[in-house]
Design a protein around this ligand. Structure first.
Ligand SMILES: Nc1ncnc2c1ncn2[C@@H]1O[C@H](COP(=O)(O)OP(=O)(O)OP(=O)(O)O)[C@@H](O)[C@H]1O
Ligand SMILES: [Mg+2]
Length: 470
């Protein structure tokens, strides 16, 4: 069983049931013993009455006389007591009619015992000495059985009630005991790299749970310090590298512009310039990400209809697609407004588009679909490239994660990480999935929006633009 709460509740119910059952067994034992002892006393008092009624008994007392006297004494208690009288030689002198000819085998005088007699059930019998004779007096245990059966029925009823009540109490107790743990779990779940300053509330009580919360908080303190150091290092290192790199680039450009270089030398300087441009981009991207991590980037979000923004972006996308001999399509459905900063969202779209273009086969089709519906502005970019295996689709958003493909441009693996940061700064989310066509990837981002057409009403929408360049 996975839940500690359920285990605690079950243990509580089991412990209560076992305690209750033990009490029942002990009670049953003592009540039964008490009731049987009462039967022995009853038999004894009957014997005393019999003895007093019969008078002195000696060896010389004829058996007939004894039998008649016992018979005369028995008429009152015909149903309640069963009596047998045995002579000194073990021969039976008297047997009460209630026994209907059946026999109670006597034990030595002074002993009490239980005996089962056909037709009469279980009897409690006691043996007494009357001069040289032995008298057995027995009483039915039927009444004791009735009492014990009632006791058992009451027990089973109470047991059921107790299991129900203890289940409710056990559940409540386990919830109460685990509440501080749930609080720790919820808080720990919220603490992420971009939210490292939150701490688990520590209760005033000095118990194991508050010790655990304190320990975890100390661990988060250390993590926060380490994360801050790494962020600061990345930001400072990127910043420090920018100036010398710019100088190196300017010097290399100067060499090319002056035109004194041999062709081989010029080729080598051009390669240096290309690599420098690549390095500058990495540094710019890292600087951006460390500023985003440190929440140093604040967006100027303004609610607006995304349609004009998309139209303007599409102009550039067509030109880029044409340049790479690819086809670009745009559709837009729905009406509404989303709080965006076009400058940054354009950067997201450009990153996604450049990924889609570099993954597309020659002449491939890249489709940007935009939908404003149900309080969300959803934008997807689909391509006909090789796609990304399902297990890698989340990893590609991590920094420096690339899936190299033969013949593909050397990227930095930071584009999607930047896209995610920017979309999250817009309060949205971004994810990758398989393109509906079977091959290719579909990158989707969603940003909260106020939409005027909901659900089925979207069918009234008209595509904004659907065209391609070949
Ligand atoms: N549309 C796509 N189809 C197939 N693979 C993709 C697609 N988009 C991204 N990827 C994979 O995800 C990886 C990470 O993409 P990301 O944009 O972060 O880095 P990059 O494009 O390699 O470099 P850059 O920082 O220059 O963008 C890519 O290397 C590529 O393997
Ligand atoms: Mg990229």
């Amino acid at each position: 069983m996975k839940s500690i709460g359920a285990r605690l509740a079950i243990c509580y119910v089991l412990a209560s049931t076992v305690t209750f059952a033990s009490l029942f067994l002990a009670g049953r034992y003592f009540i039964e013993r008490h009731a049987i002892h009462a039967l022995d006393l009853l038999n004894e008092s009957e014997f005393e009455q019999l003895k007093a009624g019969i008078g002195p008994v000696g060896n010389g007392l004829p058996r007939d006389v004894l039998r008649d006297r016992v018979q005369a004494m028995m008429t009152d208690n015909l149903e309640l007591f069963y009596v047998e009288v045995y002579g000194p030689n073990g021969d039976r002198v008297f047997r009460s009619q209630g026994l209907r000819g059946r026999e109670i085998v006597p034990l030595p005088a002074g002993q009490a015992f239980n005996v089962f007699v056909d037709g009469l059930g279980e009897l409690r019998a006691d043996t007494f000495a009357l001069g040289p004779f032995k008298v057995v007096i027995a009483t039915s245990k039927r009444h004791v059985r009735v009492v014990m059966d009632g006791y058992e029925r009451t027990f089973y009823g109470l047991l059921l009630v107790m299991i129900l009540v203890s289940s409710v109490i056990g559940y409540g107790l386990s919830r109460m005991a685990l509440r501080p743990l749930r609080l720790i779990q919820d808080t720990a779940d919220r603490i992420r790299s971009d939210n490292l300053s939150e701490r688990i509330p520590v209760s005033a009580a000095k118990d194991e749970i508050s010790d655990l919360a304190r320990l975890l908080n100390q661990m988060f303190d250390r993590l926060e310090v380490s994360f801050d150091q790494i962020r600061r290092f990345t930001a400072e290192a990127s910043h420090e590298l920018k100036t010398p790199l710019t100088l190196v680039r300017l010097q290399a450009e100067k060499l090319v512009v002056e035109g004194h270089l041999q062709p081989a030398q010029e080729q080598s300087v051009q390669i240096q310039l290309r690599e420098l441009a690549h390095l500058s981009r990495i540094i710019e991207d890292l600087l951006f990400l460390s500023r985003a991590d440190a929440r140093a980037i604040t967006l100027d979000l303004k609610p607006q209809d995304p349609e004009p923004f998309l139209q303007s972006f599409a102009q550039d996308a067509y030109v880029l697609a044409e340049h790479q001999a690819l086809r670009f399509f745009l559709t837009h459905h729905g009406r509404g407004q989303a709080a965006i900063e076009p400058k940054w969202l354009r950067q997201v779209l450009l990153n996604l588009l450049s990924n889609a273009f570099s993954a597309s086969p020659p002449g491939g089709r890249v489709t940007l679909r935009s939908t404003l519906m149900n309080g969300t502005w959803q934008v997807s970019i689909e391509d006909e490239g090789p796609g990304v295996p399902a297990e890698q689709r989340e990893r590609i958003f991590e920094r420096f994660v690339r899936i190299p493909r033969p013949g593909e441009d050397k990227g930095t693996g930071l584009g999607l990480a930047i896209c995610r940061s920017l979309v999250e700064l817009h309060g949205g989310r971004i994810f990758a999935e398989a393109a509906p066509g079977g091959t290719g990837l579909r990158m989707v981002f969603e940003i909260p929006a106020t939409t005027s057409l909901e659900g089925a009403a979207a069918s009234h929408d008209v595509p904004l633009h659907e065209a391609g360049t070949t």
